[in-house]
Design a binder for this molecule. Structure first.
Ligand code: AMP
Length: 214
């Protein structure tokens, strides 16, 4: 299975990708995760990306495209992959088409996660991440037994810098301006599959499995 997960920040793309990755042995390629890892380890890429990420804007296309060109050649992609958070602009989508063509690979589909804006705002501003094991919680929808402490490992919960409300609003504007045009791009190619991402997580996963014939 080779699919793109398309949808606004907070639509649940990363959460559902993690489930499908484990179930089917797919590579889960999240550009946001790769960038955050680079920021943490202080690479040149991380330093460039950080200023865009902190403001809620997008990292320039050429940087992202070069990063993904390398990532898609890695051996774990051979068994199938989920692209989560990429492409995010039309130039990125065009570059991806060229890359996949060059590799002789076709996509099985582009899953559009459809979700109401207010639910996204509640999810993102309520999201907390364990600083030790990476487990994701939500103060509104999935809180820990002891506030601020990870149920799984006892680590301390933190909020992503870009999950602060003013940055979330900016990220949603950026999505509407730069990423939403991809809906039309993939619809015109006959590749778009719409999924209701506002429902329970296991129902979202089931809808995706059905849509791509798993
Ligand atoms: P995410 O975790 O997918 O919400 O990504 C977090 C941030 O990383 C975004 O707000 C962007 O600044 C940056 N980012 C992630 N993926 C991309 C992409 N495909 N193109 C440009 N910037 C990206």
């Amino acid at each position: 299975m080779r699919v793109i997960f398309l949808g606004s920040p907070g639509a649940g793309k990363g959460t559902q990708a993690a489930v499908l990755k484990d179930r089917y042995g797919l590579a889960h390629i999240s550009t946001g995760d790769i960038l955050r890892e680079n920021v943490r380890s202080g690479t040149a890429l991380g330093k460039t990306a950080k200023k865009y990420m902190d403001s809620g804007g997008l990292v320039p296309d050429d940087v992202i495209i070069a990063m993904m060109k390398e990532r898609l050649q890695e051996p774990d992609c051979r068994g199938g992959f989920i692209l989560d958070g990429f492409p995010r602009t039309v130039p990125q989508a065009e570059a991806l088409d060229r890359l996949l063509d060059g590799m002789g690979i076709t996509l099985d589909g582009v899953i559009l996660f459809e979700i109401p804006r207010q639910l996204v705002i509640d999810r993102l501003t309520g999201r907390r991440v364990c600083g030790s094991c990476g487990e994701i919680y939500n103060v509104r929808f999935k809180n820990t037994k002891v506030p601020g402490v990870c149920d799984r490992c006892g680590g301390e919960l933190t909020q992503r810098d870009d999950d602060r409300e003013e940055v979330v609003i900016r990220r949603l504007e950026v999505y509407e301006e730069q990423t939403a045009p991809l809906v039309r791009y993939y619809e015109e190619k006959g590749r778009l599959i719409r999924v209701d991402a506002g429902q329970e997580g296991d129902r979202v996963v089931a809808a995706i499995e059905k849509a791509v014939g798993l």
